[in-house]
Ligand binder design. Structure first.
Ligand SMILES: [Zn+2]
Length: 189
């Protein structure tokens, strides 16, 4: 979050990006966080948290759509290198969420494997429709974060780490307008 404040203000440190750091992490890695975010070109986690090499595991899918391969990739850090933090990061004006919302509302499947993203986002759509509100796509994007965060917290291999206090699973939302990351759920105390 300190890195994100630097990103917002423009006072960037660009940490962990020199040849020394490259050598230090060449044989082993111990990132402090795992981030599941969207493929959106305007939401690169390493940049918006002002991090560098070996700092983060990053998984990116359209609308943070999940599935066994994605969940396995999220589990990888906490299980293999004791990563203490998972962040699910949604964002403002998410094109993938908007496309899934429109597809489900109109009953029109998207072409090819885009439909797999729609299927993955269906629970968020259903909850967003129940919630209502002036901007249903924004609501759905936020619901997707809170649903995924809850899923990961109760994940079979992650839940024991969470209850032991060695893993936090945090939901967060990125503003394209301000660059600011807002924590939605479960910030560690
Ligand atoms: Zn997106």
């Amino acid at each position: 979050m300190e890195g994100n404040q630097r990103w917002v203000s423009g006072n960037l440190h660009h940490p962990d990006r020199d040849p020394n750091r490259r050598q230090l992490v060449a044989q082993t890695q111990k990132p402090f966080g795992s981030i599941l975010s969207c493929i959106d070109s305007r939401v690169p986690p390493e940049l918006l948290f002002d991090t560098g090499l070996g700092d983060l595991y990053v998984m990116r899918t359209g609308g943070e759509a999940d599935g066994p391969v994605v969940t396995g990739s999220v589990e990888y850090g906490p299980l293999t290198s004791g990563t203490p933090l998972i962040v699910v990061l949604g964002h403002q004006r998410c094109g993938a969420v908007k496309a899934a919302y429109t597809s489900l509302r109109d009953g029109k499947p998207l072409p090819g494997n885009l439909q797999a993203i729609v299927r993955s986002l269906r629970p968020a759509y259903a909850q967003a429709v129940r919630k209502g509100g002036p901007d249903p796509v924004e609501t759905m994007a936020r619901v997707q974060v809170t649903l995924l965060t809850a899923d990961l917290r109760s994940d079979g291999v992650l839940a024991p780490l969470v209850s032991r206090g060695s893993l936090a699973v945090v939901g967060a939302f990125y503003s394209l307008d301000t660059g600011k990351v807002e924590v939605l759920t479960s910030a560690p105390s």
